[in-house]
Design a protein around this ligand. Sequence first.
Ligand code: LLP
Length: 463
Amino acid sequence: MSRSAHPAGPRHADVFSEGHYSAPPADLNDLDPKVWSHTVRRTEDGVVTVGGLEVTALAEEFGTPAYFVDEADFRERARAWRTAFGHDADVFYAGKAFLSRAVVRWLHEEGLNLDVCSGGELATALSAGMPADRIAFHGNNKSTAEIHAAVEAGVGRIVLDSFQEIVRVAHIAQSLGRRQRVQIRVTVGVEAHTHEFIATAHEDQKFGIALADGQAAEAVRRALTLDGLELVGIHSHIGSQIFDMAGFEVAARRVVGLLAAVRDEHGVELPEIDLGGGLGIAYTSDDDPREPHEIAKALGEIVTRECEAARLSTPRISVEPGRAIVGPTAFTLYEVGTIKPLEGLRTYVSVDGGMSDNIRTALYDAEYSVALVSRTSDAEPMLARVVGKHCESGDIVVKDAFLPADLAPGDLIAVPATGAYCRSMASNYNHAPRPPVVAVKDGAARVIVRRETEDDLLRLDVG
Ligand code: LLP
């Protein structure tokens, strides 16, 4: 691997004085366990390992860019959610974060259920043996074919998202001679993001049926009259990458309010409430996510308290974490290519992937961490921007990060916490073949989603 020196970027002190960036860590070789998966270590000779395997050997065998998922960590986190919620509640992993057949099998073995939101996710789940009754089907615009497939498979619940869908699902279920278990997704008027939540005016979006103006109560009324439907509960999902439980508190209070109104009007106590997903993870050392047991305790207490106040028996609670399970369990491994120091600004470090394997930075201004993983370095920190190889200046993977100033082409760097919404949102922009997902566990690595090839791309091009 090349170790050639090149001009360093601006000293961190210069940039630091602008006040936009955190200070570099005391030692750039340190790997913060908050953002790296559980089995990641740095060996004595400086190379980083995951599941006992050196990233240099992994790069050699599987190429770069590639996602490496720490299977033991995934299972541990899945189990922690399952254990925290216990037998009186259900955990539905949100497959949109990342889904593959291996993941479905891990979830099944660890006792989790699965939330899918498309025919493709449903087919993946069924083909890997997830029992249909442990699958929830979501989406704001499910096609007739998707609803048909879901009802026919016998999914445990379909989450109804509109008045039209109430009728559509009832009709399809009836035509198949089924009575489909359903929940109604309501919009509680809370939109939560990371550190704050706003409790007004968020009915203005495409998901769910609004609680505030009585629409949700009307949806319940209609669903209860249709023979093809068995209405079992109310569903709410308030946002993503949330650290503050206050938004869930408001949501739970409002959903329980609807359950009480339904009891008063129809004499029916709906037995289930789903509070959705959205729990935050650490992308950088500044993030402080909650543990599953704290979340389970907080949600359980909120729902129990609200139900007691409304004199309702406590419904069965379910949640749908996606990011919080898979996000921290994977990193993306890249090889460093061109390095371009811009005097007085920062150093642009180009890698062999980019916005096609991680669109989150371009799309959401997301923050990530990065580390040199193929060796250690004692060089001073340089302020870097990790960019991809796409023909677009917004092709940024890590906006601001400190990397050692002796970074050189051929070095391997890794971006942690890329398990969620990276491979699942990957694209073929610039005809980039999408990277593989490699599962690593106990000294063994196996491809669970293979790398795309140019042949794969050309196969679709039939013109
Ligand atoms: N349940 C429902 C109904 C959802 O819509 C979602 C996410 C989840 C559960 C899982 O949320 P999680 O626990 O993973 O935050 N692409 C964005 C996130 C979009 C989330 C959409 N719905 C991102 O990369 O941040």
